[in-house]
Design a protein around this ligand. Structure first.
Ligand code: PLP
Length: 388
């Protein structure tokens, strides 16, 4: 049975460019930190990938330390958050500002900061719209870090982090600004400069690269003023900011995927928008509730609430037909608590329990959208309803 994969916010299939780059890199076994020829061969590959990922982020002539490869997006955000809050000289202020619907990689880090006595302010994102004025008001107190996601992984809401980061920098340039752009990278246009971000997290497996590779962009000023320390201390790889021998093969795949995705991003985004609009039109005709952000949104995500059918029941029904979607966020689908993203979106626990996320890549087709809608209609007509 051919798989119809509509869960691209969870992960994406490898693109041919990434596969080819990784296959080639498998022949290069040197340790990139070694000074001999074998090591330098690997080092050259790393830096080529660094240039490619940086270019896809709109950063030309990337300087050493400006793009740090990590084991995933989660680790890149941990480096951003713990690395800046615990940097010496003593941080500026005791306050950290974030949103109420961050991915667990950021939210769980925030809980640790709270346990360590920092004040964490979570700005509301009602109906998928960030309360920028509340964020600006929160900046009245000295703030060490503002960490906000660009695109929500469950609803596709595209937050106006640029306005908040600009306000933070205007208020006090010592405040560090971090954006988790894992779902925004190559989906919405931005550069670190355009959003006033000192730090930007990206991840390879959301852009048709391999799993287990991420990166953190770091503005040169942060490095110059030593406002970040490593989260993983050790041998001093990655300009001393991320120890551990680099995953050269995976990083090469990331570089190739970023380069390929950057070249086709406009066309890809237009295609994903068209697919999402087609799905939206059909769901509207079917009378299905959709959780659409009231303002800007990324092209690849659509969240919907089924009429009194558990998302897990529908997910299994669709999966039996080879159609892959997600119930809420795939990263947290093993837990039973109501997703903060959907709660912030105004959904009750019952509605959240009946919500599905459909997420596209440029590889999806209109036929796949039509097959999904046909299967959803069948499921809605036949599956057991839960009582409210
Ligand atoms: N941030 C967001 C918004 C995500 O959607 C994800 C993964 O789903 C992550 C961070 C974590 O990325 P990784 O799986 O590379 O750790």
């Amino acid at each position: 049975m051919p798989i119809k994969y509509l869960d691209n916010s969870a992960t994406t299939p490898l693109c041919p460019e990434a596969k080819a780059a990784m296959t080639e890199a498998m022949e290069v076994f040197g340790n990139p930190s070694s000074l001999h020829a074998a090591g330098q061969e690997a080092h050259t590959l790393l830096n080529l990938a660094r240039t490619r990922v940086a270019a896809a982020l709109g950063v030309k002539a990337v300087k050493p330390g400006e793009l740090i490869f990590t084991s995933c997006g989660t680790e890149a955000s941990a480096l951003a958050i713990f690395g800046t809050v615990y940097a010496k000289p003593r941080r500026f202020g005791n306050r950290v500002i974030t949103t109420d619907c961050e991915h667990p990689s950021v939210e769980e880090a925030m809980k640790r900061l709270e346990a360590d006595g920092l004040e964490v302010v979570r700005i509301p994102t009602k109906d998928g719209v960030l309360d920028v004025e509340a964020a600006i008001a929160a900046l009245e107190q000295p703030t060490v870090l503002v960490s906000m996601m660009m695109v929500n992984n469950e609803t596709g809401a595209h937050f106006d982090v640029a306005r908040v980061f600009a306000a933070a920098k205007a208020k006090d340039s010592r405040t560090v600004t971090h954006c988790d752009a894992v779902q925004g990278f190559l989906k919405v246009p931005f550069t670190p400069v355009s959003i006033h971000a000192d730090l930007v997290t990206v991840s390879a497996h959301k852009i048709h690269g391999p799993k287990g590779v991420g990166a953190l962009y770091i503005h040169p000023d942060i490095i110059k003023t030593k406002r970040i320390i490593p989260y993983l201390p050790g041998g001093g790889q990655e300009s001393g900011l991320r120890s551990g021998t680099e995953n050269v093969i995976g990083i090469c795949g990331f570089g190739a995927a970023a380069q390929a995705g950057f070249a086709t991003r406009a066309r890809d985004c237009a295609h994903m928008t068209a697919l999402r609009d087609r799905l939206e039109g059909k769901l509207r005709d079917m009378g299905v509730q959709m959780n659409l952000p009231a303002a800007a949104r990324a092209p690849h995500v659509l969240n919907l609430t089924l009429p009194d059918i558990k998302s897990q029941t529908m997910l299994n029904f669709l999966s039996a037909k080879g159609i892959c979607v997600s119930s809420g966020s795939a990263c947290s689908s093993h837990s039973t608590h109501v997703s903060p993203s959907l709660a912030a979106f105004g959904l009750s626990a019952h509605e959240a329990d009946c919500s599905l996320r459909v997420s596209f890549s440029a590889r999806n087709t209109e036929d796949e959208v039509d097959a999904l809608c046909e299967a959803l209609e069948q499921g809605i007509g036949t599956l057991v309803r839960i009582r409210r």
